[in-house]
Write a protein that binds this ligand. Sequence first.
Ligand code: TTP
Ligand code: MG
Ligand code: MG
Length: 440
Amino acid sequence: MRLSYRQHQRSRNPFTQPLEELPVEFRPKEKLVFLSPTLEVLFCEEYINFKHCGQRSQGVPGEQMPTSDTVTEPRERILVHCDLDAFFAAVEILHHSLDPDKPLIIGSDPQAGRGRGIVSTCNYAARAFGIHSAMPISEAWRRCPGHPFGPGHYIRGSRGLYSRASRRVMAILQEPAEFFEKASIDEAYLDVTKAVDGDWDAAFALCRTLQNSIEEKVGLTASFGIAPTRILAKMSSEVNKPKGIFRILPDEIGDFFEGRSLREVPGIGPKRATQLAEWGLVTVDEAYVYGELALGRMAGERFASWLTRVVDGTTSSEVSPLRSRKSVGKERTFSSDQTDHEAVLDVLRALTQGVLARSREMGVSGRLAEVKIRYTGFETHTHGRSIPVAMDEPEVFLRLAENLFATNVQHNRGLRLVGFRLGQLDMPPTRQAILKWEEE
Ligand code: TTP
Ligand code: MG
Ligand code: MG
């Protein structure tokens, strides 16, 4: 998916970094046998992927057009997109009982204006100074200096707090949704078609109820967008921010885009917007009436076809946790390097249980078990094994994890981190009664 400037900046941010891509290097090593209920013998493939010195294999965000947002659903859906308002800032204000009317800036150390990092986010009082996410922290300081030069309150932020608040909000949002997808730490898509029986007014009322419930139970404000496709729902949730609700009915899409800047469409970044502006196209309706064919000659067929479908309301309305996630994982870094590998194995078991509990909660199963081991000195190895059908049985993955750890860990070396990841996700779970081959 093409990333907007904001999303591009966000993908660089460690707080919102996408999970690592699954390893590409597969090396068959050992076959492990499972028996399916029909007594078929299932073989597992194993690979090993070595990553040294903590180098992560991160893809540079591409500039291509979205490919995944193209599925046309046969039936009209009612989708909701919820995004929390100034999320990190709101959590900090709540936690430290800060004054919400004083500018709060969360990001890297401003070093009295000489800091080289960026702003993660800021509250609405700071936004009044023109500060926004991904702005250089030095620029934020110039606009609103911190103590003793100005009213700005600069903090680094604390991730644990945000994940906890996020989980509480997600639990509230998940409840009425037939399909639910946590799209980032502070936003989620809900398919509420069934919950509201296809009634758009009931969808509006449901959002109001959810908004109140989040405020009462978690103390945070959220904005909601209601629309027939994902991209329209996401754009709507921005319209009345903060604490807003905005709805685009299927026959209102054209009106919604009239006079609306192309830059507001997620997926249109500054480069593309500038290119279009040079051709005299600034708003979505201008680009649309220009015609798909002519637009395609200027900006590429894929872009033209995608933008046309956005305005026609025929881009994806699928809500599925698999869209936002490639894997579910947990890892633990030890405060001092561990030499007792049995104790580490216990931690790995607990992590694996945690991952499987999480995946069950999300309603996903997986085909790949991956164990990550980081030795003293940061040398990191991941060992994976895949099974032929996706499952969500903790038993299966516990055995895989134990086996991967026991056969691969290098003895007599200190361990700095251990982790477990469930990959090659699928849904709904294929709940299979597994016959344990050891018990035969
Ligand atoms: P956003 O939802 O983009 O921003 P926000 O919730 O702070 O503000 P808004 O009211 O406009 O929704 O991002 C959610 C959180 O993700 C945000 O609070 C902090 C974090 N974040 C970063 O760390 N870096 C970034 O560049 C962005 C955009 C967000
Ligand atoms: Mg937000
Ligand atoms: Mg967000």
